[in-house]
Design a protein around this ligand. Structure first.
Ligand SMILES: C[S@@+](CC[C@H](N)C(=O)[O-])C[C@H]1O[C@@H](n2cnc3c(N)ncnc32)[C@H](O)[C@@H]1O
Length: 258
């Protein structure tokens, strides 16, 4: 198991990460520029107090009720796209260990430094280059994750194969009775949205540009990915909205009548 409060990686050296010539991910830029504001765009202005309080509030009012209602074991949680630990730090009071993974090394380094400053030592972090690298680095957790969650992340990923990849890795990492809690933006892709999507970045306000803007996906396509990954839906919160959350578990084998 990874040592606590580390950003060195979870397991073996990442395979695809940092290969020479790879262009810089936009989230590295956002981590450098203003991680607080890029993570929580509705804040409008950077306010660390509002930022950390939003995490406490979300974990207390949204995640813990689901965790309790579903009787989730409290050994290991994993956040996919953990940013600088807004949700991990409050959740570390409930789980024995919380692992955060993120595409941006700048986010992961800040998260690890903040955990140290806050004296939180049951968390660990890793920079990942994508689903395959996550599987490679987090292989030691296969079948052991009690709660794998991801909020405000899939909505920013343009490449569908990456999302599908993460769903397959989720299936591998989840404990047989574990739960995944994943958010998507499933608002209708109406005409205005489609026009905005086609405009060049220089004509768009900062948070509507490629990389940070939210990408809408239909529930039908998301549900097809979920099925293909061998997961099943046990609940949904605020469906067909910008904050549509799917609660998932491993697909249970069909019972046959004898
Ligand atoms: C809006 S922030 C949300 C952070 C955190 N989930 C929270 O709610 O505070 C999105 C995070 O997802 C990460 N991210 C974006 N694309 C990713 C990808 N393909 N794989 C993993 N992480 C990604 C970004 O680096 C960023 O930290």
């Amino acid at each position: 198991m990874a040592s606590p409060v580390t950003s060195k990686g979870l397991g073996p050296e990442p395979s695809a990460r940092a290969s020479a010539g790879q262009s810089r991910h936009p989230w590295e830029r956002f981590a450098e520029c203003d991680p607080y504001l890029y993570i929580l765009t509705p804040m409008k202005h950077t306010d660390p107090r509002v930022f950390w309080e939003s995490g406490e509030q979300l974990v207390g009012a949204e995640l813990l009720p689901v965790i309790r209602a579903e009787g989730v074991r409290l050994s290991l949680a994993m956040e996919l796209g953990c940013g600088i630990g807004r949700l991990m730090f409050p959740l570390s009071r409930t789980f024995a260990h919380v692992v955060g993974v993120d595409i941006a090394s700048g986010m992961v380094q800040r998260a690890a430094a903040l955990a140290n400053d806050k004296g939180i030592n049951n968390v660990s972090f890793a920079t990942i280059s994508g689903p395959e690298d996550l599987l490679h680095q987090a292989g030691e957790y296969a079948g052991n994750c009690d709660f794998l969650y991801s909020l405000l992340v899939f909505q920013h990923i343009a490449d569908v194969s990456i999302i599908e990849g993460y769903l397959h890795v989720t299936r591998t990492l989840l404990h047989p009775r574990g739960l995944a809690y994943l958010q998507f933006d499933t608002r209708d892709a109406d005409a205005l949205y489609r026009i905005k999507t086609h405009l060049p970045d220089f004509l768009l306000p900062r948070f509507l540009r490629r990389g940070i803007r939210r990408i809408r996906r239909s529930p039908q396509e998301i549900e097809a990915w979920i099925r293909r990954a061998g997961l099943e839906i046990v609940g949904q919160l605020t469906p067909e909205s910008e904050y549509h959350r799917y609660i998932l578990r491993l697909r249970q084998p069909k019972r046959t009548l004898s």
